[in-house]
Design a protein around this ligand. Structure first.
Ligand code: NAG
Ligand code: NAG
Ligand code: NAG
Length: 394
């Protein structure tokens, strides 16, 4: 028999009893784990199915399922065995009863060690990304295939290490090419991957700024693109700027605030406005923190930009929204902008009235919150913001 020494021989156990019926009853009594016998052809793995050590496992992107086929070593064994031995079909290779398990398999620890050595059982994230990037880079891939690759990448780059691998493997260039694609779906998905890779990842933030992508992102926002694309591009831009003063200075010198204020004005439906104001708020409030510590940072003419691009007039508009979240973001931004914008706030005859009416509304809601046992709830927070602003505008 083929069990001595060879690792690959572990993978097959001939069912000595032969036919289907013979072992049947016995197998039902025993909790024998199902082990799939790979062949030269790829076959789909069902959940819970195991494969022998040395098998080649891959993820099928079309179906999202794992597939198995014989590994290199196994293939050698397979062909040798099939040349020398009696003709057997893959079906005749299957797990037998408990005795066969005990006598023909190596002890579990030994098996595990061998598996680890072979490292063939599971594709690592790195290997998956390499394969995905090859598919993305292939001229033979269809747009649909590329979209599904981007979706997988977006999932993987949430992990800090994976996002950094993306850069070292040359994937960033491919994503940036995707942003420049003539297909808006590829643009949208590429921006999504970029935003996720950038989120909380300083190493990637630096790489992306160095690549000059900031200009590409701003250009996408400044040109007529579908809303879906702009949303994802804004996401990428916000992730790039977050906690990253260098990129924040860059966006100022690239005329970014102008682009954003135009986008705010054009966004009739108001879908992007909250995101834009949130970004603005992040930038200003970070700058406020920074200027307390680092004097030179104040050189950035963010304040002048706020006035010049009309933000003091634009942001109050967001208070008109019926969404609590929008109002909260607007209030935060209005407060942090107050040192620059106060004069303009006061010139707006309806702003104080709006604040007072919002105040009434939220006071009622805070009462309800307290009845429900929330001492310092969300609405109480909004009420505090309104009060703080109202005191200044009065
Ligand atoms: C994409 O393909 C080009 C040319 O075929 C090659 O130079 C480049 O290194 C590839 N990039 C990646 C990330 O595979
Ligand atoms: C994308 O297009 C812009 C201008 O249209 C160009 O400057 C940039 O190099 C392009 N990026 C890539 C990766 O092709
Ligand atoms: C004045 O404030 C209101 C919100 O209360 C806002 O809708 C409006 O656009 C503002 N007008 C100007 C000129 O700032």
């Amino acid at each position: 028999s083929a069990t001595q020494g060879s690792l690959t021989s572990l993978t097959v156990v001939e069912n000595a009893e032969g036919g289907e019926g013979a072992g049947g009853g016995k197998e039902e009594e025993l909790p024998v784990e199902e082990v799939v016998q790979p062949s030269e052809e790829w076959q789909t793995l069902k959940p819970g199915q195991a494969v022998p050590a040395g098998s080649h496992v891959r993820l099928n992107l079309q179906t999202g399922q794992r597939e198995v086929r014989l590994g290199e070593e196994q293939l050698k064994y397979w062909t040798q065995n099939h040349r020398c031995g009696p003709r057997v079909t893959p079906d005749s290779y299957r797990l037998g009863a408990a005795e066969s398990l005990a006598s023909k398999f190596l002890p579990l620890e030994e098996l595990k060690r061998d598996m680890a050595q072979l490292e063939l059982l599971v594709e690592t994230d790195f290997q998956i990304m390499k394969r995905l990037l090859e598919q993305l880079n292939s001229s033979g891939s269809t747009v649909e295939q590329k979209l599904s690759v981007l979706l997988e990448l977006e999932y993987l780059v949430h992990q800090v290490d994976n996002a950094q691998s993306l850069c070292t493997m040359g994937g960033l260039e491919l994503i940036l090419q995707g942003l420049n694609s003539s297909d808006v779906r590829l643009q949208e998905s590429s921006a999504f991957v970029l935003g996720s890779a950038l989120s909380g990842n300083p190493v990637v933030q630096v790489k992306v700024v160095e690549s000059g992508a900031l200009q590409t992102l701003l250009t996408l926002l400044a040109t007529s693109k579908p809303l879906k694309v702009k949303k994802k591009v804004l996401f990428a831009l916000a992730s790039l700027l977050r906690h990253f003063p260098y990129a924040q200075r860059q966006i100022l010198s690239h005329g970014g605030l102008q682009v954003l204020s135009e986008l705010f004005r054009a966004d009739e439906g108001g879908v992007l406005r909250t995101r834009i104001v949130t970004m603005l708020y992040d930038m200003i409030s970070e700058k406020v923190h920074k200027t307390e510590r680092v004097r030179q940072y104040a050189a950035v003419s963010l304040q002048a930009e706020l006035l010049e691009k009309g933000w003091c007039i634009l942001v109050p508009q967001l208070l008109e929204s019926t969404e609590h979240d929008d109002r909260e973001k607007a209030l935060h931004a209005l407060l942090v902008m107050a040192p620059v914008c106060l004069e303009q706030y006061r010139l707006n005859s309806s702003l104080l009235g709006s604040l007072l009416s919002l105040r009434d509304q939220y006071q009622g809601m805070v009462q309800t919150e307290m009845v429900l046992g929330e001492e310092h709830g969300y609405f109480a927070e909004i009420l505090e913001l309104i009060d703080a602003l109202q005191v200044q505008v009065k």
